[in-house]
Design a protein around this ligand. Structure first.
Ligand code: S3P
Length: 433
């Protein structure tokens, strides 16, 4: 069982590029597989989650070549996927399972998807329900969880669907099913969520119309192969943004980070807390905005987090809670009940860990209250959640004693090489088996 041992203190300096964006990596494999022709992908995240998506398409007959610099996907076209001979293993990845479910619902063959213990307890009715409205036939376990069985050869019909929660995974699932449906599918969002699917579909020549909260896609459109350059993942960069903010005498530059406005809530929240975060070298690469991000040490203060920023920072809250623990005063988060159904219950697991480390933190149904204070050493549980493990290793920068973090192997799902990069930047973290 991998655990992290973190020594207290340290400063962060240097220029770093964190690994590729996970959300965009999944989508790059999915869309290039069903496009006509060869697509070249650079900057792909070689993490377990996106590799599970890649292996699923190989299992459906897509030829994918990998070398150190790029991935070449030989697309088979919208109707060229083949029946997999075994269940598709999605590991820890909610994105892989939910996006693929939309795509599999439109295939001519039956399929089964499985996941690890965490993924097998996560809610899938949020994607099963709209797909059933489209005519899909899907079977789950009694409480709407994986394994999921999908019946092929169902003729899907377009739907108009109001998303019951702000979720890019549900939106993307429906758009992918919409590609295989008769007619025009319409999805409405309660508030903006990451729009990588829409942007990348357009990059493949597909017509996707966005008008405010509404996204429309016509079925049976052909996708044409294209080359994709994937920027560094802002969700991985966020650990270093918080680290450089809370550590003394720190200044780091994070290179070529994706700064799509549907993903930059963590920057807004950190700035509201008083962080010194500067974007430079801003440009657009392959339809996605990117920038270098410079972060210097700052005195942080507690805030009430604006609810409209929640979906735009949804994956960054574990490490933002560490920023709150190091800030002066109280930080209050509400409107974030989705955190309870991530890789772990991120509200409860963070409250438990922060309490162990001497910080006053109270869980609410949809958020948390954290009183900034002195972090002491201790042993915390990550519950196999990659972002919890990395967040508590950042906490060690302000801690008074060693922090041991249990069950950290899943850091490889999103951030292979985290320990090496964090150590090079100045964090005292070591992994032990
Ligand atoms: C993702 C969407 C978010 C996010 C997840 C990746 C995506 O999930 O938490 O890590 O790539 O679409 P929800 O759509 O459930 O909010």
């Amino acid at each position: 069982m991998t655990y992290f041992q973190c020594s207290p203190g340290g400063s962060l300096t240097g220029d770093f590029r964190v690994p590729g964006d996970k959300s965009i990596s999944h989508r790059s494999i999915i869309l290039s597989s069903i496009a006509e022709g060869d697509s070249r992908i650079s900057g792909f995240l070689e993490g377990e989650d996106s590799l599970n998506t890649l292996k699923a398409f190989q299992a459906m007959g897509v030829s994918i070549e990998r070398n150190a610099h790029q991935i070449v996907v030989h697309g088979v076209g919208l109707n060229g996927l083949k029946a997999p001979t075994a269940p598709l293993e999605m590991g820890n990845s909610g994105t892989a399972m939910r996006l693929l479910l939309g795509l599999l619902a439109g295939q001519s063959f039956d399929s089964v998807m499985t996941g690890d213990e965490s993924l097998s307890s996560r809610p899938m009715n949020r994607v099963i329900n709209p797909l059933q409205k489209m005519g899909a036939e899907i079977q789950s376990q009694p409480c709407g969880t994986a394994p999921l069985s999908v019946k092929g050869n169902r003729r899907l019909q377009a739907i108009e669907y109001d998303l019951p929660m702000a979720s890019a995974q549900v939106k993307s699932c429906i758009l992918l099913a919409g590609l295989y449906a008769d007619g025009e599918t319409v999805v409405r969002e309660p508030s903006p969520t990451r729009d990588h699917s829409e942007r990348m579909l357009r990059g493949f020549g597909c017509e996707v119309r966005s008008d405010g909260a509404e996204i429309r896609i016509n079925g049976r459109q052909e996708l044409n192969a294209t080359d994709i350059e994937i920027p560094a993942d802002i969700s991985s960069a966020a650990f270093f943004m918080v680290a450089a903010s809370i550590a003394t005498k720190s200044e780091i530059k994070l290179l070529h980070v994706g700064v799509n406005p549907t993903r930059t809530g963590a920057i807004d929240i950190l700035r509201l807390m008083g962080a010194d975060v500067i974007l430079s070298n801003q440009k657009e690469v392959g339809g996605e905005p990117v920038a270098d991000i410079t972060v210097r040490s700052a005195r942080l203060k507690g805030i009430v987090i604006p609810e409209e920023l929640v979906p735009l920072a949804i994956d960054e809250f574990p490490v933002l809670f560490i920023a709150a623990a190091c800030a002066q005063g109280e930080t209050v988060l509400s409107g974030a009940e989705e955190l309870r159904v991530k890789e772990s219950d991120r509200i409860q697991v963070m409250v438990d860990g922060l309490t162990t480390l001497g910080i006053r933190a109270i869980a609410t149904d949809d958020g948390i209250c954290i009183q900034g204070g002195v972090i002491r050493g201790g042993e915390v549980e990550s519950h196999g959640d990659h972002r919890i493990a990395m967040a508590f290793s950042v906490a060690s920068l302000c801690a008074r004693g060693d922090i041991k973090i249990n069950n950290c192997a899943n850091v490889n799902t999103s951030f292979p090489g985290f320990v090496q990069l964090a150590s090079a930047a100045g964090l005292g973290v070591t992994a032990y088996e």
